[in-house]
Ligand binder design. Sequence first.
Ligand SMILES: O=C(O)c1ccccc1NCC(=O)[C@H](O)[C@H](O)COP(=O)(O)O
Length: 211
Amino acid sequence: MTEAARPSAATVRGVYVKICGLREPEHVAAAVEAGADAIGFVLTRSPRRVTPARARELAAAVPPHVLTVAVFAGESTEEVRAATLEAGVRAVQLHGAHPHEDFTALKDLGLTLVRAGAAGADLRCGAFDEDLLIVDAPRPGSGEPWDWAAVRGRPAGRWMLAGGLDPSNVAGAIAAAQPWGVDVSSGVEVAPGVKDAGLIRDFVTAARTDR
Ligand SMILES: O=C(O)c1ccccc1NCC(=O)[C@H](O)[C@H](O)COP(=O)(O)O
């Protein structure tokens, strides 16, 4: 595991929190100030998509203890490599049906590798040589809740729960699934692709509230 994937001080006192799909500097700042451990920039087809150049601008303002993640889904490893290097982030997230070979092909970047997919996939973090695993809804970024409790005890290692989480349900979802971390996008938005600083703060607080 790279240094960037190690839990921060915030993680020691609670679950690891990733806020995904950020597009504006004020929302990046809100996530950092709220104590997020990781923030994601979506570089694939999505209402949250940003260019690699925009991701680079946003990532430049992020302190080193917060992991910056470029999110892809279905692109070739050549495309992922080029966009990731242009964005200047410290982690790559491959969402969906990327084979093990794609992770192997990106290993030499020396970045934190994140594998993301629905609960039907291999749920052992590290099975594809990734550093972090996200167990998500069938449609990433849809904001659709699913049966989080169904995976309790099944994923192993550093895994984040995602899919339909928001400030009002994240504490219950953590209690139900017992993940190492959580990841959110729609649940901290007021419209698809439009984040809200207050919801970001509320989410981080709710995720870290003692249960
Ligand atoms: O967010 C997207 O639009 C997206 C599109 C394609 C692939 C991945 C995408 N998001 C990845 C994430 O890590 C999301 O945070 C995760 O799917 C949870 O989304 P949500 O249910 O909206 O909280």
